[in-house]
Ligand binder design. Structure first.
Ligand SMILES: [Zn+2]
Length: 290
């Protein structure tokens, strides 16, 4: 069965995905897979039998989507669907808020890591990477706290006189009238609310000071920002998100640069940082013993 849909716009989105010429995805319509992923992402549907879905997809050898990997197309669609849904900050449920924060945080962390593996031939590339990563983790910790209750990420200065009583309290009201907890107080709040203790609180604190220095003054010249950013990302953040959500930074790298895995794993080796994933020639990364 061949796909008869036009898919004009989707074709432009899926055209850069990797080619798949084997396995269950061979010749299947990548544009259809993208559209389905988009729908699932928008609704935050995590449990979905992707293999079965792909088996039943129509085939397509047409246009720019020709030979594109439908699994990758589904995942890209899923990600874009989540981004689309997260535009609506009025989502009322804490699960939805936390989910949007999680995706945003993880995306900027991935972006930050890609910044620091670049040769520093562009000014401040590494400094911007360090800021992204620290900012991303701050959001992830808050996302974890929001899962318990959104109010718990705000400190006492929430200006509740401005929030009309009797009206449903929306997350936007909190953002407009409140002040979220400072970076330095997050480890304590995280522990108090969820019982989780950061793997290296000193590193969290030190990296926060570096981030402040970059934001308010200039990039420190005496430190290796790529090395510190890697340590912070893969000994603190990666460990936390593995445990909290069974998620990994590696999943988000491919959204921006599919070819960066080799370099990232080499750097981890060099720094003797141990993670639960390893380099894979075609997939980019895979879980160890999975
Ligand atoms: Zn199709």
């Amino acid at each position: 069965m061949a796909c008869r849909k036009e898919h004009k716009n989707v074709d432009l989105v899926v055209k850069d995905l990797p080619i798949n010429q084997g396995g269950i995805g061979r010749h299947k319509c990548a544009a259809c897979a993208y559209e389905k992923g988009f729908e699932s992402g928008k609704k935050h549907i995590d449990s979905f039998d992707i293999k079965d879905f792909i088996k039943n997809l129509p085939e397509s050898q047409k246009g720019l989507r020709r030979h594109r990997d439908p699994i990758e197309a589904y995942e890209l669609g899923f990600y874009h669907g989540q981004v689309e849904a997260s535009k609506h900050l009025t989502i009322k449920d804490k699960k939805g808020i936390s989910f949007s924060m999680r995706n945003f945080g993880l995306s900027i962390i991935a972006k930050g890591i890609l910044n620091v593996i670049k040769e520093d031939n562009l000014p401040y590339e590494h400094a911007l990477g360090a800021i992204n990563v620290a900012h991303g983790f701050e959001i992830l910790i808050k996302a974890r706290i929001v899962e318990q209750h959104p109010l718990l990420i705000f400190d006492k200065s929430l200006n509740n006189e401005k929030i009309k009583k009797g009206k449903d309290l929306e997350f936007q009201d909190l953002l407009d009238n409140g002040r979220t907890i400072d970076y330095s107080k997050l480890p304590y709040q995280l522990w108090a609310v969820t019982g989780y203790v950061l793997k290296d609180e000193k590193l969290f604190k030190d990296f926060g000071l570096i981030r402040n220095q970059i934001i308010h003054f200039h990039a420190p010249l005496s430190l290796s920002l790529p090395e510190l950013t890697f340590k912070y990302s893969f000994t603190l953040i990666e460990k936390a998100i593995n445990e909290w959500w069974n998620k990994s930074i590696f999943e988000y790298i491919k959204v921006f640069d599919r070819d960066a895995y080799k370099e990232i794993f080499n750097k981890l080796d060099k720094l003797e940082i141990i993670v639960s994933y390893q380099y894979h020639k075609t997939k980019g990364f895979e879980k160890i013993n999975d």
